[in-house]
Design a protein around this ligand. Sequence first.
Ligand code: FMN
Length: 331
Amino acid sequence: MEGLTHPAFRALMAERGGIGVVCTEFVRITRAPVSLKLLRRHVGKPAGMPLSVQVMGNDLDNMAEATELVTAAGADVVDINLGCPAPKAVRKGVGSALLRDRALLGRLVTVMRERTHLPLSAKIRAGFDDASAVVDIARTVQDAGADFITVHPRRRTDFYRGVADWRIIERLQRALTIPVVGNGDAWYAADALRMRAETGCVAVMVGRPALRNPWIFLQIEALQGAGEPLRPSGRDLVAHLDELARRCGEAFSERGVLGQLKEALVYLGRAVPPGELREGVRAILREATVEAVLEASARRIGSLDAAQLDLAAEGGALESSGRVDQLRDIA
Ligand SMILES: Cc1cc2nc3c(=O)[nH]c(=O)nc-3n(C[C@H](O)[C@H](O)[C@H](O)COP(=O)(O)O)c2cc1C
């Protein structure tokens, strides 16, 4: 995820466990010469963990070259971004804009296929402004040689509004011969299992929910039979922030670390009940230094009980209070 799932964060999550593959944010490939230095920076690979590197662009030659360079740099999967909804991406005809141009999309995947022996995948949305062509889009990707496809079943025009329509994951799973990875709104560990059961997808990609609950992958693993799922407490949240700050400190400036901590807190804060405690998280976000953020976090959320946090693997009582519907609108 752009700006958030940098190598330091990926390494932290990979070491914690429960993950099969980690993914980079998109690497923008323009018409300018492809920068090997930029690509190498993204191919920061946690030890022992397969890495999928995502490229986003629409220039056939440069996307093909980027595929070859990413392969040589040590990626395990090459992925093309066909889902970015940002107005800037759409204006440039990349990301989700390509969902409207199946001919170009097919050619892009074809030239990328020719330049890598690695698994090649595409990350799509349900469509640009209409989901009726999603099977045709996915078949175009499949016929051009992709090995699997990941779908976030919202249209570009939805951005992050509403609810991911998991029925689309199931529709693709039935229509395609290549494996389908489901994505979208698996806010609790139990949701990931439910997505697999309801749609038949081979795997689940988890984005924002892992920022809200960085233990979600471990919980998913536990629900699959590896033991009792962890129920994180305020102390765990604070330890996570400390560790994130330490690791980011090796890669970012003080200002960069502060930005990362605040981004993390925005998501983690949504596990804190609304009202006074959530206000406390807002107060932490007003702190101006890394040290002050960590100190205020320890003071304001460090003593919260696991039962006060909406981080149970199964979802639990807070789910029925309508919080899940609010969560679905988080971008
Ligand atoms: C801040 C942010 C950055 C994102 N960056 C990327 C990206 O670089 N590449 C990508 O394929 N998806 C990106 N996404 C989309 C997510 O990967 C995912 O498809 C979407 O959030 C729905 O899944 P989730 O409910 O598990 O988060 C981003 C989403 C957010 C909120």
